[in-house]
Design a protein around this ligand. Structure first.
Ligand code: CMC
Length: 431
């Protein structure tokens, strides 16, 4: 990584050494001060939530949150959403370049040949309660893949890593749709390899063995965009979880299961589900003001779900594309007057004008609109985060692969200890 040879950061530690810290320069984005020589000098930095810490060097995704920019391998997300497909973007994220025609066809063929899961894996599902959350099922079955595909577990072998990537990208929609089918008591649908990635997912979700299911092309395009727009987002909580898990040498399926677990929370991937729950709780346009007031009240933990972002302090560029897709889907399905969607639109308008939200730069994020689209398509709320996980799988894999392609250290953050100093054990009668 290139250093800024003309400047260094000088750290003066009172009563300690003065350190000249190198400054690294990325291709774009802010300069990064290298603090790795602090530890040999007996000091750590304190940065809760890693808000000021670059945990790794990466060439996959760049975000400028202030300007609302998101680039994958240098390509703006808006251009990818308009001209590319999810699978082509998967290729780009993993291999670093857009594929040629032949490479694209070959990649799509390979992915379509890995969509089936080991038949025995389907018996895992019957071990879950019917009302289990599909994310709980997904964490379990994805982790369990490591018990089935022993020929792609050698992380030092690039070929193994590649096959694991194919398997995960290909099998996630199948596993996700199986979670849904299990919850409603319908038979699992085998994947159809003549369909595109998104079409096949909709087919496995909504098809049944008793009748023909025709995939609506507008909905398939919207589904593909949802996958594509969630494909990667640099070092977010779940991707960092995947890297951290992978840094111990854990197998790829276990690492992705860790990513799924981290994604589940409402501050991350669970937000799209939380948006719909919030809209249902609001229930009527007349109650919007009450909820906006709650969100602004410092003493109330309630937040407007689908608003705000750790990195974007401007409109989330994915949200712009998602909004357009939401309009297309609602028009196609004749749902422009759906009461819940009306609440969503009103909420969006208020938040974009309200001083509190404007000053804190709390714009609608990608999950605000993806929840609306998924609901319109007929996908149950509990499946929303699962769909985020299907899209994000490639990002996790690309980062995991990047980490293993160069020397890396096991992730091991330090802490500021504020507990008891050393003390002697007290026998129970003296406590
Ligand atoms: N509603 C009301 N107030 C909010 C909201 C919100 N949605 N988000 C942030 N704030 C306030 C917050 O109370 C704080 O106010 P103050 O400075 O007076 O204490 C200020 O804005 C900054 O918030 P923060 O929690 O310090 O910001 P953060 O960067 O740590 O959190 C966030 C980012 C996404 C966790 C947060 O905005 C949030 O909880 N949003 C709702 C959940 C959500 O939609 N999450 C999806 C994120 S996009 C999908 C993904 O990439 O995973």
């Amino acid at each position: 990584m290139p250093d800024k040879s003309d400047s260094k950061a000088t750290l003066i530690i009172e009563g300690g050494p003065t350190l000249e810290l190198p400054i690294h320069q990325g291709t774009i984005g802010p300069d990064v001060i290298d603090i790795s020589q602090l530890t040999p000098n007996g000091r750590f930095t304190f940065d809760p939530g890693f808000v000021s810490t670059a945990s790794c060097e990466s060439q996959i995704t760049f975000i400028d949150g202030g300007k609302g920019v998101l680039l994958h391998r240098g390509y703006p997300i808006e251009q990818l959403a308009k001209h590319s497909s999810h699978l082509e973007t998967c290729y780009l994220l993993i291999y670093g370049e857009l594929p040629t025609k032949a490479q694209k066809a070959d990649f799509e063929y390979t992915i379509s040949r890995h969509t089936m899961v080991h038949e025995q894996l389907s018996t895992f599902y019957s071990g879950f309660r019917r009302d289990a959350h599909p994310m709980a099922i997904l964490c379990g079955v994805v982790g369990a893949l490591s018990a089935f595909y022993h020929d792609s577990l050698d992380i030092s072998d690039e070929k193994h890593r590649e096959i694991a990537a194919f398997r995960l990208i290909a099998k996630m929609p199948t596993l996700a749709a199986m979670s849904y089918k299990f919850s409603i008591g319908q038979p699992f649908m085998y994947p159809r390899n003549d369909l595109s990635y998104a079409e096949n997912f909709l087919f496995m979700m909504f098809g049944n063995p008793c009748e023909d299911y025709q995939v609506n092309p507008v909905l398939a395009r919207a589904m593909d965009r949802i996958f594509l727009l969630h494909a990667d987002h640099e070092q977010n909580a779940s991707t960092s979880a995947v890297r951290l898990t992978g840094s111990s040498g854990a197998n790829p399926f276990a690492c992705i299961a860790a990513g799924i677990a981290a994604l589940w929370g409402p501050s991350h991937g669970g937000a799209n589900e939380a948006v719909l729950e919030m809209l249902e709780e609001i229930g009527d346009e007349s109650r919007i003001d009450e909820f906006v007031a709650k969100a602004k009240n410092k003493n109330d933990p309630f937040r407007l779900m689908g608003f705000g972002h750790r990195v974007y302090k401007n409109f989330d560029p994915r949200a712009k594309v998602m909004k357009e897709t939401a309009d297309e889907v609602l028009k196609e399905l004749g749902l422009e007057n759906d009461p819940l969607l009306k609440i969503a639109k009103r909420l969006e308008a208020i938040a974009l004008e309200d001083d509190y939200f404007v000053q804190k730069k709390l714009y609608p994020n990608v999950d605000f609109y993806s929840g609306i689209i998924l609901k319109a398509i007929g996908i149950p709320t509990s499946m929303f985060t699962v769909i985020f996980a299907v899209g994000r799988t490639v990002g996790w894999i690309a980062h995991w692969h990047e980490m293993h392609s160069a020397p890396y250290k096991i992730g091991r953050p330090r802490q500021l200890y504020t507990g008891h100093p050393s003390r002697d054990y007290q026998s129970i009668d003296k406590r």
